[in-house]
Design a protein around this ligand. Sequence first.
Ligand SMILES: Nc1ncnc2c1ncn2[C@@H]1O[C@H](COP(=O)(O)OP(=O)(O)OP(=O)(O)O)[C@@H](O)[C@H]1O
Ligand SMILES: [Mg+2]
Length: 324
Amino acid sequence: MIRLNQLVATYTTVRGTVKAVDGVDLEIPSGNIVGIAGESGCGKTTLLKVIYGDLVYPLALDSGGVDYVFADDDRQEVTTETIQQYWFKRISYIPQSSMSSLNPVVKIRKQFVDFLEPKANKEETLDRVRQFIRQLDLPAEALDSYPHQLSGGMRQRMMVALATFFQPDIILADEPTTALDVVVQKGILLLLVRLQRQMQNTVLFVSHDMGVHYQISHRMLIMYAAKAVEFGESAEVFSAPLHPYTRMLIDSLPNIGDDHMRQGVSGRPPSLWDDLRGCRFAARCPLATQRCRDEEPAFIEHRPNHFAACHYAGDELPKVEPSA
Ligand SMILES: Nc1ncnc2c1ncn2[C@@H]1O[C@H](COP(=O)(O)OP(=O)(O)OP(=O)(O)O)[C@@H](O)[C@H]1O
Ligand SMILES: [Mg+2]
């Protein structure tokens, strides 16, 4: 279980500090694939970095924190400050671009070995890693390559392999398949799903693709302008979304054989530097009233295990007439 307590994370810039995650408060139960979606810049990567405890300047935790409760010893208190010691073993991170996260001048084996416990028998572990990556359709020699010697798909497969080898309780996957072609993409997603099924661990999976979420995510977290705006079981989020933003994201999905007008979400999210009074989605929301512009909606449980931050949660959106 991962408990996010009023998490506020900031970046320090020459202009001052900006809140990239602003008051996210929710509990993620274990054993699920949790899909995270929302437009570019809404704080998805920042949220994963905070959960991974990778707080390097200019990113900092401003207030709040994360509690991690692992399946086998729930007595252990683990926080964002102490989670680093569990990297790879209990929590792992597949970053948005594996090219930029792997050190280009160091062989992959070396980069991974650096994280193994010093006392562990490295050679024996490496043998097991070689066996493991072979099961994932990677040549054992790939471990002895430099990142640029592998194709984009192989590199990402390697990241998945390294991230899952120790069967960590939590895997954070940040758009693990963008920039890959569709066939390779599908292979990697299937691999992630298969491994999650075997290990029954928690996977936080960031993707812009609501179609992919519909297929693989058990739960959905929708973010908007640094806030969590909806969280619930996918089946319910997709069939009965509470937040108008979620509804519009889902409505923008094309359905085969359906000539219904797809609207998408027009306009852009507000800048995080602006005065963000009221509901951050109000300017784009077809349901917005003065109340929305004045008063920030709380993130509350409207239905069992289904949360949203909207004054008009669950209300129907006005119908869009197809243009001639
Ligand atoms: N190093 C940085 N310095 C300053 N601001 C940053 C930095 N990294 C991110 N931000 C800002 O923090 C906000 C959240 O960024 P983040 O990368 O978490 O978004 P994201 O949802 O992952 O976007 P994307 O879908 O494009 O990956 C954005 O407004 C972004 O401009
Ligand atoms: Mg990102």
